[in-house]
Design a protein around this ligand. Structure first.
Ligand code: PMP
Length: 409
């Protein structure tokens, strides 16, 4: 019965162009990856999919630090943080993160999580009690959506970046605790939240601003400190979640905030308490990652990434203008996330397949991850890409675009 039902649902999804396939990467995360799928022979693809924005995921000094961490601490943590799984490497990483974020959040403390998804669930369920209202941007990441749904707080969603709607909601709110929750860089669009205006609203209405900096941490701001630093923000009302599996190249996440908030999370956040701590070797490698992000090499990587973003945007703008019948448009993004919006699910899949046939790997993103009718290729750039890689992507898109335009009725 259950299996019949599931098979029926799966067929429905397939008919709507919503089936998702996993590929198997057989080489490290890098622009050129050896990839196999469903028993087909492995192929070498030029990839524009990862969130490895600084190209650190396969950096020799991080690989070395991971091995060194394993030598020093073993393979696993053996327990949750509150039992016996909290190692020196976790503690040191948290201290370093807190010190680094302190220019944006005075007296910040930091807490390390196994994943960003868990950090967001922890944060919103622990702070969003029955006495709270969560105000959430409609395009927030799924982990923030899920955290808000799981929390006992009242949930109010506001249209993407609509400060006017948010202001009205805040003015009408009567709960003592108010949490404004937003992605800093929106994960499927690449645009940046109006953090200074959001913080001003938080201050005016005695609210807290929770910022998910998954895609800004390591990339934006002074020394890559993230989106808060990008805007020069500094306030005790800021609660920052950052992921460490994207620009930082390893895995996990952190929350940086007022010490009382961090203590409350340690005492009450179920996704923190009831899970085995990440291997301490991972935390050890992340300490090296933080060092790299802040170094001259980190600075060079950010500058190179910026050049690639500029190159891609100008070349794609020309291409889109040359192929108007396809209805493509480039999202308004200045970050490493450069979505090419094509509209229908089938159109996005066809374009991804046409690129695949030319040896490129760019993921098609479809509903429910993005709104219906806005299926897209989510192109992500990394400092590990070269200008030639970007040129190759643009050439492949030009070829695919001409073929698709030629096939139009
Ligand atoms: N927040 C945002 C905005 C994200 O894009 C992601 C990951 N895609 C997460 C949170 C979850 O982080 P993690 O992958 O570490 O679970």
């Amino acid at each position: 019965m259950l299996i019949d039902y599931l098979n029926h649902q799966l067929r429905e999804r397939q008919a709507q162009g919503l089936t998702r396939q996993r590929r198997i990467a057989e080489s490290p995360c890098a622009p050129r990856q050896r990839v196999s799928q469903r028993g087909q022979p492995a192929r070498d693809l030029l990839a524009f999919c990862s969130n490895d924005y600084l190209g650190l995921a396969n950096h020799p000094s991080l690989v070395r630090a991971l091995a060194e961490g394993a030598q020093r601490y073993g393979a696993g943590s053996g327990a949750s943080h509150l039992i016996s799984g909290h190692f020196q490497a976790h503690a040191a990483l948290e201290e370093e993160l807190a010190a680094w974020l302190a220019p944006c959040i005075p007296n910040a403390q930091a807490l390390y999580f196994c994943t960003g998804y868990m950090a967001n669930l922890a944060l919103l369920t622990a702070l969003g009690g029955a006495n709270a209202t969560i105000f959430a941007d409609k395009l927030n990441h799924a982990s923030l959506v899920d955290g808000a749904l799981l929390a006992k707080a009242t949930l109010q969603r506001y249209a993407h970046k609509s400060l006017a709607v948010l202001e009205r909601q805040l003015a009408a709110c009567t709960t003592p605790v108010k949490l404004i929750v937003t992605d800093a860089v929106f994960s499927m669009d690449g645009d940046v939240a109006d953090l200074p205006e959001l913080l001003a609203l938080a201050e005016r209405f005695d609210a807290w601003l929770v910022v998910d900096d998954a895609h800004g941490f390591g990339v934006l701001g002074e020394e890559g400190r993230g989106s808060l630093s990008h805007f020069g923000l500094c306030s005790e009302r800021l609660i920052c979640m950052g992921t460490l599996g994207k620009a930082a190249g390893v895995g996990g996440a952190f929350v940086a905030a007022h010490p009382a908030i961090i203590d409350w999370l340690v005492q009450t956040a179920r996704p923190y308490i009831y899970t085995t701590a990440a291997p301490p070797a991972v935390a050890h490698a992340l300490r090296e990652s933080l060092r790299l992000i802040q170094s001259a090499e980190g600075e060079q990587r950010r500058a190179h990434l910026q050049q690639l973003i500029t190159q891609l945007r100008s070349q794609l703008a020309e291409l889109i203008a040359a192929l108007p019948t396809l209805g493509w448009h480039l999202a308004d993004s200045a970050t490493a996330i450069q979505p090419l919006i094509v509209g229908g699910n089938e159109a996005a899949l066809a374009l991804a397949a046409a690129l695949d046939a030319q040896g490129l790997w760019v993921p098609a993103i479809r509903p429910p991850t993005v709104p219906v009718g806005t299926a897209r290729l989510r192109i992500t750039l990394s400092a590990a890409h070269s200008a030639d890689d970007v040129q190759q992507l643009v050439d492949a898109l030009a070829q695919a675009g001409k073929d698709l335009a030629g096939a139009q009725p």
